[in-house]
Design a protein around this ligand. Structure first.
Ligand code: SF4
Ligand code: SF4
Length: 323
């Protein structure tokens, strides 16, 4: 019988994997969020208080410079709610680093954030935005009442600035998460359905859709346990494991940083407080990390990793292969 607690222990039959060259730094700017989505794997919400400080942001920038990081991928919570968000983005862009903002869209419609869309466009920040479904009822059920309409308003404003438009450099990608105990459907067919529906109903355009699996940790794990579905979901992930996805799982070239500056193999391991596989210390900080020793080092894996390799595979950049 599988147990949710096994995710934090060393027991797993997930294959061993090693790091490749470090290219992407994924930074969690804090757990404060304007929403409290049912699938949230960081348990973010309006009552959380954890926020990355300016001092830690400066340490992150120093690491980006030393390690020649190509892409800075910002997550939260709602990353825009960190008071240093615009400082970090401006500095990283001035260093020639590509910046991704994992945006919940609704934040762009909140009071106090009226200038954010123009800031993002002006700094050519790629937006990866959650829109768990193109149907209003499903989105409001997962993210809260009124979130679908706010998301549409934000998408229309982003489109008006050039985001997602053909020929524009302003990239706007959407993220789909399944609801309940299922794997995401085939990404390219779903992308076509999203594009057709959003264009014909709301005049909205975007670049790509990323269909991501829900990993059985944090709020989603609690949901599965409460519904007595945890074992069934783990079995689904394990049965659909595809070894060819191992080559491209995001932890191979990405390092994850928490709001206090501690580093992990990925965002999911960060949420489970699983230490970086490359080091013996239980907690390593970005300010003292020697990036040159990471290549070829082991990655800490557990049962939740099957969420990245099941079916078409799942990473921060969507499916890993076509089904
Ligand atoms: S918007 Fe994102 S970070 Fe905020 S609660 Fe929803 S899933 Fe979590
Ligand atoms: S959960 Fe993290 S460590 Fe495990 S395969 Fe996915 S990205 Fe890699």
């Amino acid at each position: 019988m599988m147990r949710a607690t096994a995710l934090n222990t060393g027991e797993t039959d997930f294959p061993a994997i090693l790091r490749k060259n470090l290219e992407i730094l994924q930074v969690n700017l804090g757990y404060v969020c304007n929403l409290s989505c049912t699938h949230c794997h960081v348990n973010a919400g309006p009552k959380r208080t954890e926020v990355m400080t300016l001092e830690t942001i400066r340490e992150v920038l120093a690491f980006i410079d030393q390690a020649k990081i190509k892409t800075l991928d910002l997550t939260g919570g709602a990353p825009e709610m960190n008071p240093q968000f615009t400082y970090l983005v401006s500095r990283a862009r001035a260093m020639g680093v590509k910046v991704i903002d994992r945006c919940n869209l609704v934040i762009l419609e909140e009071p106090g954030y009226e200038q954010m869309t123009a800031f993002l466009a002006g700094h050519e920040v790629e937006i990866i935005a959650s829109l768990p479904c193109y149907l209003e009822d499903n989105v409001d059920k997962q993210r809260g009442k009124g979130t679908f309409q706010s998301s549409l308003a934000a998408l229309q404003r982003l489109n008006a600035l050039g985001y997602g438009q053909p020929g524009s450099d302003l990239q706007l990608n959407l993220v789909f998460n399944p609801q309940g105990v299922s794997l995401p459907p085939e990404q390219s067919s779903l992308e076509k359905a999203y594009k057709d529906y959003l264009l014909s109903h709301y005049g909205i355009v975007f670049n790509r859709l990323f269909a991501l699996a829900n990993l059985p940790i944090q709020r989603f794990a609690k949901y599965l346990i409460n519904k007595n579905l945890f074992d069934e979901y783990m079995q689904l992930l394990k049965t659909n494991h595809h070894a060819e996805n191992l080559e491209q799982v995001m932890c191979r070239n990405t390092l994850s940083v928490d709001w206090q500056g501690y580093v992990y193999d990925c965002d999911f391991n960060q949420m489970l407080a699983l230490p970086l596989g490359a080091l013996s210390e239980s907690k390593a900080h970005i300010s003292g990390l020697n990036f040159s020793i990471l290549n070829g080092q082991p990655i800490t894996v557990r049962d939740h990793c099957f969420g990245c390799t099941a079916g078409q595979g799942s990473s921060c950049g969507g499916a890993l292969q076509s089904l």
